[in-house]
Design a protein around this ligand. Sequence first.
Ligand code: SAH
Ligand code: SF4
Ligand code: F3S
Length: 433
Amino acid sequence: MKFIIETYGCQMNVADSEMISTIMENSGYELTDTLTDADIIMFNTCSVRQHAEDRVIGRISNEVARKISNKNLVIGVVGCMAQRLGKELGEMNTKIDFVVGVDNYFKLPEIIEGLYNKRHFVSSVDMNHKEIYHDIYPIRSNELNAFVTIMRGCNNFCTYCIVPYVRGRERSRSVDEIIKEIKIAGEKGIKEVTLLGQNVNSYSWEGINFPKLLQKVNKVDGISRVRFVTSHPKDISDELIETMASCDKVCEHIHLPVQSGNNEILKVMNRNYTAEHYLNRISKLRSLIPNIAITTDVIAGFPGETEEQFQDTYNLMKEIRYDFAFMFKYSPRIGTKAAEFNNQVEEAVRLERLQRLIDLQTEITHEKYKEQIGQIKEVYVEGPSKKDENEYSGKSRDFKITIFPGDESLVGKLIKVKVEDAVGWTLKGHLVE
Ligand code: SAH
Ligand code: SF4
Ligand code: F3S
């Protein structure tokens, strides 16, 4: 039996899909990357914004049509939307065979086998507030980068966010398991690891906090680069910044979601920091790691946001000059506090504010990328560029896509590229010896 997983949402879902693949293969199922070969199609879904859900619902409706020609085809939904909607999904689309939530992936083989015996819809979405995925070392969907989950869940309850409801409470994995997983990746020739968690700064295992974990990861042989997402501005300590600066493998990049530049809005968002605190963290980062790239997430049109409050976000982005930003218009999520607020901002205003942020950031990103011209960057080569097959593409330590004329033999290597041009979000250059 062959299965395929289509993955949506954040890196946590990417890592979970690799874990699901291991669980399935250990039970005799075979992973395929061709939809038409699959006996089982799974959608690993995201609930963070309405748009993320709508997209996948559209995809599922397309795929269920295959059941007309392939009566044995099994279609399942896993991930955050599965967790959020549970059996409701089966009512929305009766062609869905199973819905399995984020804490029940161990049950997948058994559930699927059960379906082959007596075909009726199954929903399994119980939550478990302890870490349950022990001793499974994922099949990597990507041979160059290892995404390693270090903690799951979130206790922060930002008022706009569905994640704590679908991912449950924070729990950390043991240091030994994490290091073992990274050693396995290093032995396979993977040079880059990304440590994953909704709030990596909350990592805690038997007295080992996140900076201490980073120091241990920094020592693993074979690995050359260490990244991590996501950091919460309220928890980013001096110890962490100093550790980033002193660990040679930790890359010069931090993703530090700001969400808003206005203190009142930050307060209603339950973010637990002020714009001043955020700026203080940025200056500490920049003073200890001068060439650090900083990226962020922002939300436009949070309930009650006035034009002046929005201006604070705009001006903060202008002041910080992020290398890149993920910008979203506020999307009300049922079950979160902010969705209940009676001062929702009109859709047209949300969109218009979002557009202003995008215009500003596009300009800043272009300027920042142009500033790189003349520099020599270390690039981890990932493969041919999508646009031109004679060009190869990889990422710099500061997380910038860099393309250069190259060949297949360079894939998986760390090379030096001299930057000659910057086009959009891409640096262009030539290999230097
Ligand atoms: N744990 C991470 C990621 C959370 S989800 C963190 O705390 O940063 C990724 C991003 O989606 C968030 O940073 C936020 O900017 C955005 N987001 C979350 N809920 C949203 C909502 N209801 N509407 C719009 N954007 C949202
Ligand atoms: Fe959501 Fe806030 Fe937790 Fe991030 S820290 S996952 S935004 S509740
Ligand atoms: Fe989406 Fe779930 Fe990640 S809601 S952002 S896939 S944790």
